[in-house]
Design a protein around this ligand. Structure first.
Ligand code: UD1
Ligand code: MG
Length: 455
């Protein structure tokens, strides 16, 4: 029989210490909102439904919580912050639908691995009524301490309510607690607020459950999984851990990185095997890289598809809508935006190619610019297969350069160049034999005159 599981995700915090104009859980790690990391971990761990406890920015938080997975998300409002126990009870109606397991997660702890969640749920399946995910804290201050006896969890004591002996415990509550969906409302309603903060502590559920003869246990998870975000400094620490994990995953699946610590990935970066990434490369959202491609140093990529064995950079900028075919090359100081670069086509130096379709095998010379914007609208530049665009050309869109056509260097192309035609759109060169020598003589004569007159 398959069990049903509801995740109650707490995301109603005011996040004062973030000093932010938006909810903390909307801040991003790996270019994905914190809240989406949490809901995606829940989805991967086999959760069936999500109840999202929201406060500030409720609509935006609810939308962000739905990115990347298919689970239904039911938002419930917590208008007043009265503690974690109170927050979970806001989802009373959803909880009452009778799930086998309810797991409480924090929206500001995005590093939780599905495996850790699965371990907690497995412990419920094995017979525990309440399971708390704990971790050994390097510095336990501020955390609730897990008090164990004979292999069972006896209580969770919040730091500010703990005795000196309890404070010496380094086994801490990571914040993830799972219990039976049928017992949940009963247990939660028994929580009071008689403590130093006057809040309803979810953690009191352990002592309440034990008093009713229920079994509580703690399951240990890595400290990293439990990292919470309260300040922007902590957000950066979490980003660092997330990036290290993502790079490791990429390298394990066949991607080479010379200096991984300088490569920044996004949650959806999709890199095939045998890709080489040189130092200092940034992957924004929506990048896919095909087999065997090479991304040279200092490239900045976003919303881009890179074909197999293509070569990018060094110092290339690929903006949203750049689609590079197999073996295409975009070299140093080039910017490509919303443009298809055909198989084997080359944009090697100092070019801007935007709103364009470049055919297979075309060569775009150094300094070529697609003049795509007239101040109000963007226009398309079409460059046919095997066309050759001479260096320092401006292609004034809308314009089409035919297949196999040739544009002479320095041209400003404003009208169609048919297939296999040559366009020269620049002033004709005028050459005057001997003029340079005569010019030099004149300049020398003027200089000599000035020197003799003493001026
Ligand atoms: C909580 C735990 C503590 C644990 C620590 C781990 C309790 C009483 N304490 O403490 O044992 O070691 O997390 O990080 O649970 N929230 C709401 N509404 C509320 C209160 C909180 O949505 O009314 C949300 C917060 O936004 C946050 C989460 O619940 O995401 C935890 O609340 P927080 O105030 O950070 O609890 P801690 O004091 O850190
Ligand atoms: Mg906290």
């Amino acid at each position: 029989m398959t069990r049903t599981c509801l995740a109650v995700v707490l995301a109603a915090g005011d996040a004062t210490r973030m000093k932010s104009s938006r909810s903390k859980v909307l801040h991003e790690v790996g270019n994905l909102p914190l809240i989406a990391h949490v809901t995606n971990a829940a989805a991967r761990a086999g959760v069936n439904d999500i109840a999202l406890v929201v406060g500030r920015d409720a609509d935006a938080v609810t939308s962000a919580a739905q990115i990347g997975h298919q689970l239904p998300v039911t938002p419930v409002m917590q208008t007043e912050r009265k503690g974690t126990g109170h927050a979970v009870l806001m989802a009373r109606e959803v909880i009452s639908q009778g799930y086998d397991d309810v797991v409480v997660l924090y929206g500001d702890a995005p590093l939780i691995n599905p495996e850790s969640l699965e371990a907690a749920i497995a412990s419920r399946t094995a017979g525990a009524d309440v399971v708390v995910l704990g971790f050994r804290a390097g510095d336990p201050s501020g955390y609730g301490r897990l008090i164990e006896k004979d292999g069972e969890l006896v209580a969770i004591r919040e730091h500010r309510d703990a005795s000196p002996e309890e404070l010496a415990i380094d086994f801490c509550n990571g914040g993830i607690i799972t219990f039976s969906g049928t017992q949940a409302v009963d247990l939660l309603e028994a929580i009071g607020n008689d403590n130093s903060k006057g809040e309803y502590y979810l953690t009191d559920i352990v002592e309440i459950a034990r008093a009713r003869g229920l079994k509580c246990v703690a399951v240990e998870a890595p400290e990293e999984d439990m990292m919470g975000c309260n300040t922007r400094a902590e957000l950066a620490e979490i980003e660092a851990v997330w990036q290290a994990r993502a790079r490791h995953q990429a390298m394990i699946s066949g991607v080479s990185m010379m200096d991984p610590a300088t490569v920044y990935l996004s949650h959806d970066t999709d890199i095939a095997g045998d890709v080489t990434i040189e130092p200092n490369v940034w992957f924004g959202p929506g990048v896919t890289v095909g087999q065997g491609a090479v991304i040279h140093a200092f490239s900045h990529l976003e919303g881009t598809t890179i074909g197999a064995h293509a070569q990018i950079g060094p110092f290339a900028r690929l903006r949203p809508g750049a689609e590079l075919g197999e073996k295409a090359k975009v070299g140093n100081f080039c910017e490509v935006k919303k443009a298809r670069i055909g198989e084997g086509a080359k944009v090697n130096h100092l070019s801007y190619v935007g709103d364009a379709i470049v055919g297979a095998g075309a060569n775009i010379g150094a300094g070529t610019i697609t003049c795509n914007y007239d101040g109000q609208n963007k226009h398309l530049t079409e460059i046919g297969a095997r066309a050759f665009i001479g260096s320092n050309s401006s292609l004034v869109a809308p314009v089409r350069i035919g297949e196999g056509a040739f544009v002479a260097s320095g041209s400003v192309v404003t009208s169609e160049v048919p297939d296999d035609a040559l366009a020269v759109a620049r002033a004709r060169q005028e050459t005057k034999p001997g003029y340079a020598a005569r010019l030099r003589e004149r300049i020398s004569a003027i200089k000599a005159l000035k020197a003799s007159s003493g001026s």
